[in-house]
Design a protein around this ligand. Structure first.
Ligand code: AMP
Length: 650
């Protein structure tokens, strides 16, 4: 990719790229024309009757009448265009020491064979197949094989407990599961098959077939009549040819569960054609990718980022996707950057939490690498605080692109576009709306907030292609969760669940979930504002702030701080942090509780579990902990609270 740094590349090629305002304006001003043109770049078995049918808003149908296939467009299309020997999947597993590259041609063969396996197991169009696999190439093969025959995949992060898995089996009524015997995390074997066995027992619906990928990690005994081996099945259909099924554009491609504000996870449903077009367009407009790029999203296939940018996005663009099994710091904190140099990764996508984790280690772990190939690092999933942004930018010496989206959106909603002339960045803001999205910040009554004021982040209908179609089996919950909030004021918006500011330049600033807003004596504050001030302290690695009940003020702030490696806790340091908050936000934001803890309770996808912190502070029931990354963090925080007298004012 040349030796010049990325900033220079942006400046040099800027002329060739289109203007953001004009392009975004076209995408929302004349969406049918814009997306129709984008769809023409892909393969359709039958052309659509119309680009958009919004007659049943908020149920939007993109390219109705059209027939296409996600797998065909992600795999066959490139082989037919003579790129069969181009790498498609680059697998790196520091966990098992394995590394493997699969070309588009090899991927096509494997996908056809697994599609034949599914057919042999009498899976047909519309049937749900639950995939519970770690980060191995077979996970992509299984997913694409479902898409090939029109089976609806439901990928569950292979770290979720048996209970969570059982719920997802029942809700999706999946009769077939594809899993592995096990996976490894920091050298420790995880017995995935045992978790599946438990889930199948616990589920109230019947699972008739479990296809097990044998990795030699966890010994298992087949349940007779139910379990089969991946390798036996593939051998039985070796060389099979299974053509891609022409599917209606509106055919559901997958279900992906995400947590809502209430207990039961929501099964987000994605279509086929709209999702395909949106992802394909995002690869060049947003991620700035061409045919020579190598894309690496460090997420997991179990999350939306993995669906869109480990599996479908890069493959639709015809470029290799790095599939990585491991953590950023095992065997050492330089391991990610070894992968970047080894495979000449050009575009990387990670999460702020990973950066904050790496920030705890000396920068030599990163700076001892060339990183010459890397053009951009995209980050998403949670607020990118300014100190972390600056650290990443200065350490990597590459443009850091914060972008905002959600499971529901399927692809970015707010982002700088590297395929257009990039906007000037303002650290702390993911800049402006992605193509196709028309967003606003509104008050409780749905009226637009003045520039610079806080409000709710909403999207105007119609939602662009790629966004959720509904919730699985629950159209009513789809409408009530996302579209009812401003209805009584006669306004119809999609509510993102987030609290944001739109500034005078049209830049958006995310302030955290609206349900994580702290209201101290009538003063509203996003948890993020407090966290950002604390993590700006040079000795702080990361911080989390929550609102806790307070008799007098309604709510008060409790803040939990993780210090950088080697920094000792002291009263002086805590006072410095408090002073910073008082100085930056005001005395109103002074935390009632401030505790140093070894780590924050996080979900396996890296999100801080604020409700766990709240429950600990308020001595309330903890609720479901099945998604927690490390249960030990709970005891550590409890201890920190007890030692210093709990939630008492300092
Ligand atoms: P998920 O659906 O699990 O991907 O979570 C989506 C939520 O993560 C959003 O609603 C936001 O609260 C948060 N989020 C994602 N990306 C960003 C970002 N770049 N800045 C701030 N918050 C973000």
């Amino acid at each position: 990719m040349g030796k010049k740094n990325a900033q220079t590349r942006i400046a040099e090629s800027a002329d060739a790229r289109q203007d953001y305002d004009a392009t975004h304006g076209r995408s929302v001003g004349a969406p049918e024309e814009f997306w129709g043109h984008e769809a023409e770049r892909l393969h359709w078995f039958r052309k659509w009757d119309r680009v958009l049918d919004d007659s049943k808003s908020p149920f939007f149908r993109w390219f109705p009448g059209g027939q296409t296939n996600l797998c065909y467009n992600a795999v066959d299309r490139h082989v037919l265009a003579g790129r069969g020997s181009h790498p498609a999947i680059i697998w790196e597993s520091p966990e098992t020491g394995e590394s493997r590259t699969m070309t588009f041609g090899e991927l096509l063969r494997a996908v056809q064979e697994f599609a034949a396996v599914l057919r042999r197991q009498t899976v047909s169009k519309g049937d749900r197949v639950l995939i519970y696999l770690p980060m191995v190439p077979e996970a992509l093969v299984a997913t694409l094989a479902c898409a090939r025959i029109g089976a609806v995949h439901s990928i569950v992060f292979a770290g979720f407990s048996g209970e969570s898995l059982a719920h997802r089996i029942e809700d999706s009524q999946s009769e077939v599961i594809v899993c592995a015997d096990g996976s490894q995390r920091k050298g420790k074997a995880i017995d995935l098959k045992a978790i599946v066995d438990h889930a199948v027992q616990a589920a109230s619906t019947r699972v008739r077939r479990v296809i097990v990928l044998d990795r030699g990690i966890a010994p298992w005994t087949p349940v007779v009549g139910r379990d089969v081996r991946w390798s036996d099945e593939m051998a039985a259909v070796a060389g099979a040819s299974v053509p891609a099924e022409p599917l209606e554009s509106t055919h559901p491609s997958y279900i992906l569960y995400t947590s809502g504000t209430t207990g039961k996870p929501k099964g987000v449903v994605r279509d086929t054609g709209g999702y395909m077009v949106a992802l394909h367009s995002s690869m060049d407009y947003i991620y700035g990718c061409g045919q020579d790029d190598v894309y690496w999203s460090t997420s997991d296939i179990g999350w939306v980022v993995g669906h869109s940018y480990i599996i479908y996005g890069p493959l639709l663009a015809g470029i290799p996707t790095v599939v990585y099994e491991g953590t950023p710091d095992n065997p050492n904190p330089g391991v990610w950057w070894d992968v970047v140099d080894k495979h000449k990764v050009t575009v990387m996508f990670s999460a702020p939490t990973a950066m904050r984790m790496l920030r705890k280690f000396p920068t030599e772990w990163i700076q001892s690498h060339s990183l010459a190939s890397l053009r951009y690092l995209f980050l998403a999933g949670e607020p990118l605080d300014e100190p972390t942004y600056r650290w990443a930018n200065e350490t990597l010496k590459k443009p850091i692109v914060d972008h905002y989206w959600q499971t529901e959106s399927g692809w970015p909603m707010i982002t700088n576009h590297m395929g257009l002339i990039p906007l000037e960045t303002k650290p702390g803001s993911p800049t402006r709306e992605a193509i196709g999205w028309r967003l606003d910040v509104v008050n409780e009554d749905g009226s637009e907030t003045p520039a610079g004021d806080r409000g709710f982040l909403v999207a105007h209908p119609p939602l662009p292609p790629g966004a959720l179609q509904t919730l699985w089996g629950d159209d009513e919950r789809y409408v009530s969760s996302y579209w009812r909030m401003f209805e009584r004021y006669g306004r119809s918006f999609y509510f993102s669940g987030d609290y944001a500011i739109k500034d005078k330049d049209g830049y958006f600033w995310l302030l955290g979930r609206a349900d994580e807003v702290i209201n101290v004596a009538g003063h509203r504050m996003g948890t993020r504002e407090v966290e950002e001030v604390i993590s700006g302290h040079p000795q702080v690695a990361e911080a989390s702030a929550i609102g806790i009940d307070d008799e007098i003020k309604g709510q008060a702030i409790a803040a939990f701080v993780v210090l950088k490696k080697g920094v000792a806790e002291s009263e002086a340091l805590l006072q410095e942090i408090i002073q910073r908050i008082r100085d930056d936000i005001g005395p109103i934001a002074t935390p009632k509780v401030l505790r140093v803890v070894p780590r924050l309770p996080k979900t396996r996808s890296g999100k801080v579990m604020r409700r766990v912190l709240r429950a600990l502070c308020e001595d309330k029931a903890m609720g479901d902990l099945s998604t927690i990354e490390d249960g030990a963090s709970v005891d550590e925080i409890r201890k920190a609270l007890e030692e210093l007298g709990g939630a008492t004012p300092r």
